[in-house]
Design a protein around this ligand. Structure first.
Ligand code: NAI
Length: 390
C-alpha cells in the first residue's frame, strides 16, 4: 500500500507548460505530481495568454519571476538557475508536444508529455534517440493506467486465471461532440483541426487510452492486423473522425473490437474493458473503478473490490485508499507520476538495473500509441481495409 512515504531521495524541481486556468487536463497533472511530495511545482509557462498564465501561476504558489510567458522563456530562465527545474510536464494541444519535448530534452530537462505523444512514429523515434543520448526520461500520461484494479487484471491474466485470451472488447465513448462546433471552445477547436490535433480526433484523444491500457493487461499479445472504419458525423470535422470502430486480430488468434466516439449522445459510460478468456472473463469500467467483475464459466459471477486482501500483490502494492474508500482517477495519476519520478531518480543516480525492471509509461508507450494511430489511419484511408500491423 502506498501512503506518501518518501520513495525518491529528494523532490524533483518541476515545471509545467500549459495546463493553465482554462485547460482541461492541467489539474490532473498537479493532483498526480504533488500527492506524494515527489515533485515541487516551481515554474511554469501555463497559458498561451501570458498574463492569465502568470496570474494563475502566482495563485498556485509559483514565484512571480518563474511564471514565464512562453516555454522558450521557461527553458532559458530555468537552465540559467542553479535551482532550476529538472523535469517539465507538457499539457498543451497535440501539435505542440513534439517541439516542446525536443526543446526541453535539448536543454537537459526530463519530460512528462501528454498523449497522443506526437503526430508520427518517425518523430517519436527521433525524440527517443535524443532522450537516450541525453540520458533523460520521457514519461507519458495515460490517466487511468495507474489504477490498482488495472494491475489486478494484468496479474490475473499473467497467472492464467482467464485461460487463453480470446476476445478483447474495448469502448471509450461520450456524447460531448454530438452537436456541431459553431461557437465551440478552444479545446474542441484544436481537437477537430488536423493541423493542431494531428491525423486523428477521437482515436488519438480517447482511443490511445484503450490501446495502452489493454497492452498493460495483455503484454504478451501483439496486434497482427486491424481494420479501422472512421467517420465524421459532423462533416466540418472531416477528415478527422468523431467516431471509429477497429477490428483487431492478435498474434495468439484472439479477436478485438474497439469503439471510440464523441457522438454517443447522452452516454457518460466513458471507458469499458472486457477481456474474455477460455475459462473466465474480466470487465472493468472507469464509471465504477473500484470494482472488477470476474466471471468464471459455470460459477456465480464475482465482484472484486480494490484494496481487499484477496487481490494480487501487484494490485495491493499500489493501492492508496484501502478497501471501502473510493480509489479513483486522482490516485491513478499519482501512481503514474510516482513511477515516472522513480525512473527520473534512477536515471539521476545512474541506476540502470532499476530502470530495466521498473514499470512506467515511457517514450515506448507514447511511440506505440502513435504507431497504433498510424495503422488505424492507413486502414481507414484505404477504405476501411484490413492492413498488416507495421
Ligand atoms: P485545453 O485546450 O483545455 O488546454 C490547453 C492548455 O494549454 C491551455 O491552458 C492553453 O492556454 C495552454 N497552451 C496552449 N499552447 C500553449 C503553449 N504553446 N505554451 C503554453 N501553454 C499553452 O487542452 P486539454 O484538453 O487540457 O489537452 C491538453 C493535452 O492533454 C492534449 O494533448 C490532450 O490530448 C491531453 N489530454 C489528456 C488527458 C489524459 O487523460 N491523459 C485528458 C485530457 C487531455
Amino acid at each position: 500500500m502506498l501512503n506518501g512515504e518518501k520513495k525518491i531521495q529528494r523532490p524533483l524541481r518541476w515545471g509545467m507548460v500549459g495546463g493553465g486556468r482554462t485547460g482541461q487536463v492541467g489539474y490532473k497533472h498537479r493532483t498526480g505530481a504533488q500527492r506524494d511530495g515527489t515533485y515541487q511545482l516551481v515554474a511554469g509557462a501555463f497559458d498561451l495568454d501570458a498574463e492569465r498564465g502568470r496570474d494563475f501561476g502566482i495563485n498556485l504558489g509559483v514565484a512571480e519571476d518563474r511564471c514565464y510567458a512562453t516555454y522558450q522563456d521557461l527553458i532559458a530562465g530555468e537552465i540559467a538557475r542553479e535551482d532550476g527545474v529538472e523535469v517539465v510536464s507538457i499539457a498543451t494541444p497535440n501539435f505542440t508536444h513534439y517541439e516542446i519535448t525536443k526543446a526541453c530534452l535539448e536543454a537537459g530537462l526530463h519530460v512528462i508529455c501528454e498523449k497522443p505523444l506526437f503526430f508520427t512514429v518517425a518523430e517519436c523515434e527521433e525524440v527517443a534517440k535524443l532522450a537516450e543520448d541525453k540520458g533523460l526520461i520521457v514519461g507519458v500520461t495515460y490517466g487511468f493506467t495507474g489504477h490498482p484494479l488495472v494491475h489486478q487484471m494484468a496479474a490475473m491474466v499473467k497467472k492464467g486465471m482467464l485461460g487463453e485470451i480470446r476476445i478483447v472488447d474495448l469502448q471509450y465513448t461520450h456524447g460531448f461532440n454530438s452537436g456541431d462546433d459553431v461557437g465551440a471552445g478552444e479545446a474542441v477547436k484544436w481537437r477537430t483541426n488536423p493541423e493542431t490535433a494531428g491525423p486523428t480526433f477521437v482515436l488519438g484523444d480517447i482511443g490511445t487510452h484503450l490501446y495502452y491500457l489493454s497492452g498493460v493487461v495483455l503484454p504478451h499479445m501483439k496486434i497482427e492486423r486491424l481494420l479501422c472504419d472512421r467517420k465524421a458525423f459532423i462533416p466540418t470535422r472531416a477528415p478527422l473522425e468523431d467516431h471509429a470502430t477497429v477490428l483487431t486480430h492478435y498474434d495468439n488468434g484472439a479477436r478485438g473490437r474497439l469503439w471510440v466516439s464523441s457522438v454517443n449522445a447522452g452516454n457518460m459510460g466513458s471507458q469499458r474493458y472486457r477481456f474474455v478468456g477460455s475459462k473466465a472473463s474480466l470487465e472493468w469500467s472507469d464509471a465504477h473503478p473500484d470494482q472488477l467483475i470476474y466471471e468464471v464459466q459455470g460459477e456465480p459471477n464475482r465482484t472484486l473490490h480494490h484494496g481487499m486482501p484477496y487481490l494480487e500483490e501487484e494490485s495491493l502494492a499500489i493501492d492508496r485508499m484501502g478497501a471501502l474508500h473510493t480509489e479513483g482517477l486522482g490516485d491513478s495519476w499519482a501512481n503514474i507520476y510516482l513511477w515516472i519520478a522513480q525512473a527520473i531518480d534512477a536515471k539521476r543516480r545512474g541506476d540502470e538495473a532499476f530502470l530495466k525492471t521498473h514499470h512506467y509509461p515511457g517514450i515506448e508507450a507514447g511511440t506505440e500509441g502513435v504507431r497504433w494511430l498510424e495503422n488505424c489511419v492507413r486502414s481507414a484511408d484505404a477504405g476501411s481495409a484490413w492492413v498488416d500491423y507495421q
